[in-house]
Design a protein around this ligand. Sequence first.
Ligand SMILES: [Zn+2]
Length: 273
Amino acid sequence: MLFDTHAHLNFAAFSKNRDKIIKNCQKNNVWLINVGINYETSRKAVEIAEESSQGIYAAIGLHPQEILEERFDFEKYKNLAISSKKVKAIGEIGLDYWHKPKTKSKLAEFKQKQKELLLQEIKLAHELNLPIIFHCRMAHDDLIELLTRPVLVRARTRTGLVPLTLNGVIHCFTGTWQQAQKFLALGFYLGFNGIIFKKIKGISFNEVIKKTPLSRILIETDCPFLTPPQEGDKRNEPIFVKHIVQKIAEIKNISFEKIAKVTTQNAKKLFHI
Ligand SMILES: [Zn+2]
């Protein structure tokens, strides 16, 4: 069995063939989490999970790129989370500096707004005791800074000797090994998808994958995006997560079966499945 920890079958891109793709996942024993980026896609992820018999779960959250389209309503998301036992995470939430304003003052405000939203959503995850699926694009150092702020560290230890755990995964990891080490030290998992087949300046996926312990790796597709090259120009779907497993197996020189088994165990552990 394989576990695609980051899919978007909840997106309109799949409205015509969603049932067929889900059947295909079940036939191939691929479990998955559909991840929301705003209220509507979060609600849809929950609906799909509730309609499915087994192996399909939901994550809900407001993505940083959606900040101009939707105001985050804490109670509304909280109610959605507690409406279904199949909601297994808060996500995808985080920081995204890809499209950014050009002036200095606007840039500072843009980053500040994303961080305020993220802190509210981290609070929600805390309150519900759910792990977090982080989206982080061109913002790894800022995310590390935010996650190590005294206010969050205090929250983690406020129960006395037993630290409150803030669990999660940095999905679609595109940082350096130096940054990866910091996330691993904080206890997070790293999620890898079809982006590992691309060449990105300054990033060595091979190095990060080789050095990251298998016990801290999750696999994902981020479908409909990032189709692995082995599937040509097809739209990405959860069963293609096998190519990520194969690539990690080659880099780590470990069998496909072992990668499949351990990453599935990791997903089940993190998301309490
Ligand atoms: Zn995504």
